[in-house]
Design a binder for this molecule. Structure first.
Ligand code: UFG
Length: 329
């Protein structure tokens, strides 16, 4: 089976490629390297000892994407390519809608044209808006607090309508919670350009001495210790969830949360990171960040039941593997 992974050189996409190659799939990557590097493709090949067919292509570029479909017999696609910075999406909504919704439209159009009937989409828990956690797949989606979140909700809608109109098409929407960690080899991981927006990459920068202090955004939430609670999932567990989703060839639309079902507070994550890696993480509590919710975690039982997939790796594994990657890169 040949799987096209868009955004396959990125943080999540690269780990998905490793999982696919390990399971015997052939992997084709389409990535414009906007927020990733070609050397990641070489690292994927080093880890797995398999080749990746790489195309430096913008998924919104219809003609360039078409050539990938013309030159390969594609059996399924995993669509990860997209912009993902929440704050940036508020400043540049047009770029976000154009890129994230545009790429989904262009890609699904090619799938229909070339009779590719399996489509797995990287969605986000952000589509739940402020539904009360644990959130599950039956909940009605509420508005999100930013254009990034809306691009995920819109892409989901586009794919649902398309599946409805094309009965052979199987669409799986995977709603990611908070992916962290790195492949246990330390060869691939998350490498955000500039100042990281997310908690874990910020913690590692502070631990390495690149930044003086972590700012904890609020300690007055109605949570166990007042800091925000999230469902952190090891990126390799997340990647394996995609492979499990590909086995599931149900027609129509299937939706799954990919999370652990466990809520962890900012302080718990910081303390776990310090303990596991034996490093200090200097922090200061500051004002809440606009748009943040108090507590977001999954009901992960549907994926366990239907896909026979569950997150296996612990918070300690996430902290250790991300630190191994930081030291090797
Ligand atoms: N946080 C800090 N300091 C920081 C960064 C984050 O205290 O420097 C806190 C946040 O307030 C939040 C928690 O750490 O409580 C996690 O924040 P992240 O920015 O790492 O993650 P979010 O949950 O805000 O957002 C992530 C992804 C989004 C996605 C969302 C889905 O970044 O793309 O999960 O729930 F939409």
């Amino acid at each position: 089976m040949n799987i096209l992974v868009t955004g396959g050189a990125g943080y999540i996409g690269s780990h998905i490629c490793v999982s696919l190659l390990r399971k015997g799939y052939s992997v084709i990557v389409a990535d414009n390297l906007h927020n990733s590097e070609i050397k990641t493709i070489h690292k994927i090949e080093e880890i797995t000892n398999h080749e990746v067919s790489f195309y430096e292509v913008d998924v919104c570029d219809s003609a360039a994407l078409e050539s990938v479909f013309v030159n390969n017999q594609i059996d399924g696609v995993i669509h990860c390519a997209g912009y993902k910075a929440v704050g940036e999406s508020i400043e540049q909504p047009v770029a976000y809608y154009k890129n994230n919704v545009g790429s989904t439209l262009t890609l699904i159009e090619k799938c229909i044209k070339y009779n590719v009937n399996q489509f797995v989409f990287s969605s986000s828990a952000t589509v739940y808006g402020n539904n009360v956690s644990p959130v599950d797949e039956t909940m009605e989606l509420l508005p999100t607090t930013n254009p990034y979140g809306e691009t995920k909700a819109m892409s989901e809608r586009i794919l649902k309508d398309t599946a409805h109109a094309n009965p052979n098409l199987s669409v799986t929407l995977l709603r990611y919670f908070n992916p962290v960690g790195a492949h246990e080899s330390g060869l691939i991981g998350e490498n955000p350009k500039g100042i990281p927006n997310n908690l874990m990459p910020y913690i590692t920068r502070v631990a390495k001495g690149e930044f003086e202090q972590l700012q904890i955004f609020g300690d007055d939430y109605p949570t166990k210790d007042g800091t925000g609670v999230r469902d952190y999932i090891h990126v390799m567990d997340l990647a394996e969830g995609h492979v499990a989703a590909l086995y599931n060839k149900a027609e129509g639309v299937s939706i799954y949360n990919l999370g652990t079902g466990e809520g962890t507070s900012v302080l718990e994550l910081v303390n776990k990171f310090s303990e596991v890696n034996n490093v200090d993480v200097n922090y200061q509590v500051v004002e809440r960040r606009d748009g943040d919710l108090a507590s977001v975690y999954a009901n992960a039982s549907k994926a366990a039941k239907d896909l026979n997939w569950e997150a296996k790796r612990s918070l300690a594994d996430m902290c250790r593997d991300v630190w191994t990657y930081e030291q090797r890169k």
